[in-house]
Design a protein around this ligand. Sequence first.
Ligand code: ADP
Ligand code: MG
Length: 233
Amino acid sequence: MANVRLVDLTKHYKRGSEVIKALDGVTLDIDKGEFVAVVGRSGSGKTTMLDLLGLLLKPTSGSLFIDDIDTAQLGDRQRAQMRAHRVGFVFQEYNLLSGLNVLENVMLPLRYAKNGKEGRGRAIELIDRVGLSDRIKHRPTELSGGQMQRVAIARSMVNAPSLILLDEPTGAVDTETAQQLVDLLKRLNHEDQVTIVLVTHDTDISGQARRQIRLKDGRVLTDERVGEGIPVA
Ligand code: ADP
Ligand code: MG
């Protein structure tokens, strides 16, 4: 089953008389359990594509299906529900709340999905899986960049989403830490069959994904499965 299906998806912005085609007609499927790297120069449309997939933006035209649901048919509340239940986000800047400890940060998305009760146990288990059991009561300011990103990854999975979207998650950490984060993502992808779409500038990282989608000027330049060497489109 396609976890995500984009059909001629566009996002255009108007700046004065100019139209900026941030995404300009992208058609592709991402299957459940895939590990996809999205690459391309700055301004190529990577963040726009990710934000559309995460229902943070609405497309200008085209269709987006998530788990076979046509997202254009959803009202605002249903969109918010779908985002809360099916999608996890990780950003370069971690976006943790400094006034909350690790457990409280990881549990935060449970509120939006009304998963509070069962969720606490899952949060504790995820913190263990990302290797931070001994930091569970610490505040973000007491953690390293890599540890903060582990918290953000645990948080992104707390509602058991089918899809995790990561925008330059290793952009603020050193190479070794970046590799540890990628190893963690690979493990979660493998163990939970969660789909991972990871935007990155770093070719050492994108080269480890089984599929690489390269964007240029809002369009798909190449889409290939690395390793198997079979072009997908
Ligand atoms: P990337 O993440 O690959 O660097 P983005 O998706 O952020 O690229 O941006 C793609 C293009 O769309 C860029 O030219 C950018 O300036 C433009 N863009 C993105 N968001 C907006 C916005 N809210 N308003 C106007 N232009 C935007
Ligand atoms: Mg970007």
